[in-house]
Design a protein around this ligand. Structure first.
Ligand code: G6Q
Length: 546
């Protein structure tokens, strides 16, 4: 599949971009803005309530023309259509990629293997709604008759990062009477700290695992079951009142002892990192309520439709994805900084790390050939203004080239004094300073001694996007996440890679299995690793048994 495309680096648009880069790559944003007083208004797009200012990027009009031609050369349109129509574009797992179906309206039809999946999606959403209403209203009671006050999501990777991010992002919409915790790490500390102050009689566990075989999640779920039974007197029938599961693997769930009536299902065409809109979002729905959850889905869907139908030159995720390719492959940028000026988005960079790096951290094309260009950059970031007092130094004056995405909201959810205007002033000041810097002449006018001048010079010409939204609502969060999902899709389509598999993650799931018994066995194991691993295992065993 998709083998019909020529190698990316042989495509005419790619080569045109390479020679274009040698001509315009060094142009300074100071000059680009001076030459075009309207640049800041012209190079901006607004759609679905998101304003994207991309004027502070190292591009000219021709750059965009060429990037759009690259998108055409790479068959982006056909790839988008293939995803939305349920084609099995995740070729290494032979699966459709249909997270967009999770937020499709009831009347939509998306067919996979001859079956319209939209009614199934809505059936699960309706069950989640019913369950959430029961728990939130107190109608769902625990084994001892107490109502549920604490909800603990157990999951890892895609079954954790979305729920945690959304819970934090939408805390303002949560029911303050309910306490939420998220346990992911195999490190027992994670479970111990999450449950330390909770009463088992008031605690509900959501075991979230697509496969229901993931070592971390299963181990944490077993500890949760023990903790519950110990706290409630040992009657196994308590499990049904305190455990629900989110999984595609009903058999494994019932083997674990969870009532099949308490399984919220999803499907193999939903990738873990794309699963927040389905049953993996159960903790989110419990936190913010079904109405808000559906509003989040509508936000996602609005951007899905924008991505699917809007011409590429006005298409937010396409533009963002193409500019990411421009920096990654023509400027050699290794990273992208995600800088939300919104405290509630503190887990957003971590969420995007998985979305972007698990999707596009690939070294072969769809037809299995080694790529001869860079694929997915490293995503990282922290909320502003905190980052300004630490790593921004390197972005401003270091030797690395780091494109930044600034994310800001016009309205705050917590209008405390003057805070919000100051916050927004900071985000605007940062992108301005990165773009335009401070020249030696400017520094000299401030009575700076000559020897100090070079230290206080800011080269500028450091690019950024500014993404401005109205207010952080569930709907807006949905739009923001979908924006990045489809930007990632765009990048993957250009690089001609499978953005939807994760063999590196799968490897991690099996590697430790061989070593666990070697650490635990009473008899001395016959170690057959490399000499370093053998020595470390031996040392651990020796010290542990002392
Ligand atoms: C996501 C990945 C990965 C996965 C976790 C958890 O796209 O596949 O992060 O979500 O490994 O897997 P389970 O949900 O199967 O436990």
């Amino acid at each position: 599949m998709m083998a019909g495309y020529p190698p990316l680096t042989a495509s005419p648009a790619w080569n045109a971009l390479a020679s274009h880069h040698s001509k315009v790559g060094d142009l300074h944003l100071r000059k680009l803005f001076a030459d075009d007083p309207k640049r800041g208004e012209r190079m901006a797009v607004e759609a679905a309530g998101i304003y994207l200012d991309y004027s502070k990027n190292r591009i000219v009009d021709e750059t965009l023309t060429l990037l759009l031609r690259l998108a055409d050369d790479c068959g982006l349109r056909a790839r988008i259509d293939a995803m939305f129509s349920g084609e099995k574009i995740n070729i290494t797992e032979n699966r459709a990629v249909l997270h967009v179906a999770l937020r499709a309206p009831k009347e939509a039809s998306i067919v996979v293997d001859g079956n319209n999946v939209v009614p199934d999606v809505h059936a699960v959403l309706d069950r989640m709604t019913d369950f959430s209403n029961q728990v939130r209203s107190g109608a769902w009671i625990g084994y001892t008759g107490k109502r549920i006050q604490n909800i603990v999501n157990i999951g890892i990777g895609g079954s954790d990062l979305g729920p945690v991010m959304a819970y934090e992002a939408l805390k303002a919409y949560g029911d303050p009477a309910l306490t939420f915790r998220f346990v992911s790490n195999i490190d027992g500390t994670d479970f111990a700290e999450a449950t330390r102050d909770l009463d088992p009689a008031e605690t509900l566990f959501i075991v979230s695992s697509k496969t229901f075989t993931t070592l971390e999640t299963m181990t944490n779920a077993e500890s949760a079951r023990e903790w519950t039974l110990k706290g409630l007197g040992g009657d196994v029938s308590a499990v049904a009142k305190h455990f629900v599961a989110v999984s595609t693997n009903a058999l494994k769930v019932s083997e674990f002892g969870i009532d099949v009536a308490n399984i919220f299902g999803f499907w193999d065409w939903v990738g873990g990192r794309y699963s927040l809109c389905g049953a993996i979002g159960l903790s989110t729905m419990l936190a913010i309520g079904p109405r808000n959850f559906r509003s989040m889905l509508e936000g996602f869907h609005e951007i899905d439709e924008h991505f699917r139908t809007t011409p590429f030159e006005r298409n937010l995720p396409v533009l963002m994805g193409l500019m990411a390719v421009w920096y990654n492959d023509f400027f050699g940028a290794e990273t992208v900084a995600i800088l939300p000026y919104e405290q509630y988005l503190k887990r957003f960079p971590a969420y995007l790390q998985q979305l972007t790096m698990e999707s596009n951290g690939k070294h072969v094309t769809l037809d299995g050939k080694q790529v001869n260009y860079s694929t997915g950059p490293i995503y990282w970031g922290e909320p502003g203004t905190n980052g300004q007092h630490s790593f921004y130094q390197l972005i401003h004056q270091g030797t690395r080239f780091i494109p930044c995405d600034f994310i800001a909201f016009v309205e705050t959810l917590n209008p405390v004094g003057r805070h919000h205007d100051i916050l927004v002033a900071n985000v605007l000041a940062q992108s301005e300073a990165l773009a335009f810097g401070r020249t030696a002449d400017q520094v000299k006018t401030e009575d700076t001694p000559d020897w100090l001048v070079p230290h206080r010079v800011f080269e500028g010409n450091r690019p950024s996007n500014t993404i401005l939204l109205g207010r952080l609502t569930p709907n807006a969060l949905g739009k923001l996440v979908a924006l990045y999902e489809h930007s990632v899709f765009t990048q993957g389509a250009i690089w001609h890679i499978d953005s939807f598999d994760q063999w590196g993650v799968e490897l991690g799931k099996v590697l430790a299995q061989r070593i666990i018994p070697e650490l635990q066995s009473i008899a001395k194991p016959k170690l057959q690793h490399d000499s370093s691993t053998n020595a470390l295992i031996a040392r651990y065993r020796k010290l542990r048994n002392q």
